[in-house]
Design a protein around this ligand. Structure first.
Ligand code: NA7
Length: 558
């Protein structure tokens, strides 16, 4: 079929992105539903976030045995993770293994970007244009573009004048970068900065860190996994995975021991000591009230500040590293290896750019408060246009010519964080309004993919050719997302969850705080009620108004 003069190929579903979401979506739709599917991926390989984020020290903050797919018992039994927290190269090897094992590559167009996609109401399909000039039609369009994939470098004056190499952590070169003997600047102390700084410091002649806002970080206590613990987890995978699915965050931390404000000092401290020594983000689950009560939160925040005081030798440096502008946990807690101790090294300088921002970048380095810090390389660990960035980068046009980025001008509006009114047959994996970045992404990805696959299967069984979020349902969901967020301390942080890191971006709390388990139950109820909140149009409805199939042949997919 020829569309608009372009070389067109028609599919039942097109998927944007071959990260963990896109790969699993392909598998479900192709292998379980028998659909003709095409995935479009801008990278040369699979892995998404883990394909791009190759910076030194890049490592997942969820334990490897749980940052993995659960859909295939064979896969989860056969794959051997080597460390408690997986490194980026190991996660990428896993992604490639999955692609090979399930024969996914044949249906993925690599090194190709989706430029635009337009919903064609006359034909009830998406018309998708890619940067290779192809125009394809598909009944369903599924975005699996990741939440942290639109990397961002602030617009520093003089950026182009710098004579040395510059890097962004989210677009790291594929060949290894050697900082030996070099003077390096790292700008940004979010998770990517915190992971890369110790590694760069160990290699570089000198490292200057430019910090605007200190972050809370807890030690990973990473280590090689022992054979017996792998075996133990694998033997209990069914129960452990199910518990993670129904938990607040999609992980299996030790249960909270109570409300911190109701516990004696020694009990609080013992619990925090134990969790600190054990390592990992489970530190944040010690108590029931820290996410909602500022006073309770401060107890935990002050504990971490005490650890910083203890670890960092120079008190003035320790003071600069202590976060005081946001409650702990309202930005994703960082999980590090030797981060604070790195500031005890003689070759590391910390420059606060909070009161005096970076003036400009020159040929020789970074200028702050009129002083030039001469460097050979600059690493931007400056984050992402999170969640909406990758979706708004595609010119997504729904009914009546409305662009998604225009509809979302005052903030994203979705139903369940999966669909958006006015954009029929579009499903968005882990979009704003779903738990996504507040959870173990693997658990949230699998839940969304399964739900979308079931929705499409239902549509096919019932002769539904168009499914679209109802505007009223969307509004109610948006109100609920806000209401739940406002019950917590999350909105008190100028975080990328709020869009606060991008000048001019609307300040709306994007992820759903209600918890992975509760959210799953809700989505299941919506499905059980025949996809409550979606307007479903059957082939017969359309035939009554003039059969689309008689007008324009859309690939038979139902
Ligand atoms: P983040 O967490 O958004 O961190 C970006 C960092 O860059 C943060 O410290 C920013 O300071 C800093 N930044 C941004 N713009 C500037 C300017 N203009 N000057 C100085 N410093 C700046 O991104 P990451 O990649 O570290 O982590 C993203 C997520 O990946 C993380 O949450 C994990 O879930 C995994 P700011 O805080 O805005 O003052």
């Amino acid at each position: 079929m020829n569309v608009s003069g372009g070389q067109a190929t028609d599919f039942d579903a097109m998927i944007v992105g071959a990260g963990f979401a896109g790969m699993y979506m392909l598998k479900r739709l192709r292998d379980d539903l028998g659909l003709r599917v095409r995935v479009v991926e801008r990278g040369e390989g699979v892995g998404g976030t883990w394909y791009w984020n190759r910076y030194p020290g890049a490592r997942c903050d969820v334990e490897s045995l749980f940052y993995s797919y659960s859909f295939s018992p064979e896969l989860q039994q056969e794959w051997e993770w080597t460390e408690r927290y997986p490194t980026q190269p190991e996660i990428l090897r896993y992604a490639n293994h999955v692609a090979d094992r399930f024969d996914l590559r044949a249906d993925i167009a690599f090194s190709t970007s989706v430029d635009s996609a337009r919903y064609d109401e006359a034909r009830e399909c998406w018309v998708v244009s890619t940067d290779d000039g192809a125009v394809s039609t598909a009944r369903y369009l599924i975005t699996a573009v990741g939440c942290l994939s639109a990397s961002r470098v602030p617009d520093f004056e003089g950026m182009d004048t710098f004579r040395g190499p510059t890097y962004h952590t989210g677009q790291w070169p594929h060949e290894s970068v050697d900082f030996t003997g070099r003077r390096v600047a790292v700008i940004g102390t979010g998770s990517s900065g915190i992971q890369s700084i110790p590694q760069i410091a160990a290699q570089a002649a000198h490292l200057t860190v430019f910090q605007r806002t200190p972050n809370f970080s807890v030690p990973a206590v990473n280590r090689p996994l022992k054979a017996d613990e792998i075996e133990q987890t694998k033997s209990e995978y069914d129960q452990l995975r199910q518990a993670a699915r129904m938990s607040p965050s999609g992980t299996n931390p030790a249960d909270p021991i109570g409300h911190v404000l109701e516990l004696p000092d020694e009990v609080r401290t013992r619990e925090m000591n134990q969790r600190w020594d054990y390592g990992g983000a489970g530190f944040m689950s010690a108590f029931l009230d820290t996410a909602v009560n500022p006073e309770a939160n401060e107890v935990v925040a002050e504990y971490v500040r005490d650890r910083i005081r203890e670890i960092v030798g120079r008190p003035e440096v320790a003071e600069l590293l202590m976060p005081r502008d946001h409650p702990i946990g309202t930005k994703r807690i960082c999980v590090d290896t030797d981060y604070y101790a790195t500031y005890n090294r003689d070759n590391v300088t910390l420059i606060s750019v909070r009161e005096t921002p970076i003036d400009r970048i020159t040929e020789h380095g970074v200028v702050v408060a009129g002083e030039l810090y001469e460097v050979d390389d600059i690493v931007f660990a400056t984050g992402f246009d999170a969640m909406t960035g990758p979706l708004n980068a595609i010119a997504l046009q729904g009914v009546d010519g409305v662009m998604l980025r225009d509809k979302w001008i005052a903030g994203p509006r979705t139903y369940l964080g999966i669909a958006s009114a006015g954009f029929p047959n579009l499903f968005m994996i882990t979009a704003p309004g779903s738990p996504s970045v507040l959870s173990n992404m693997m658990v949230s990805i699998e839940q969304h993919v399964d739900w979308v696959a079931d929705h499409i299967a239902y549509a096919r069984e019932h002769g539904i050719i168009r499914t679209e979020a109802d505007p009223a349902a969307e509004e109610t969901w948006g109100d609920h997302v806000n209401e739940v967020a406002n019950m917590t301390l999350y909105p008190r942080a100028a975080s990328w969850y709020m869009g606060a890191n991008i000048p001019g971006k609307p300040r709306v709390f994007m992820p759903y705080v209600g918890g992975v388990g509760a959210y799953r139950t809700l989505c299941d109820e919506v499905a059980r009620d025949g996809y409550r909140g979606f307007n479903l149009t059957t082939r017969n409805d359309v035939s009554a108004a003039g059969d689309i199939d008689a007008k324009t042949p859309v690939p038979a997919d139902s």
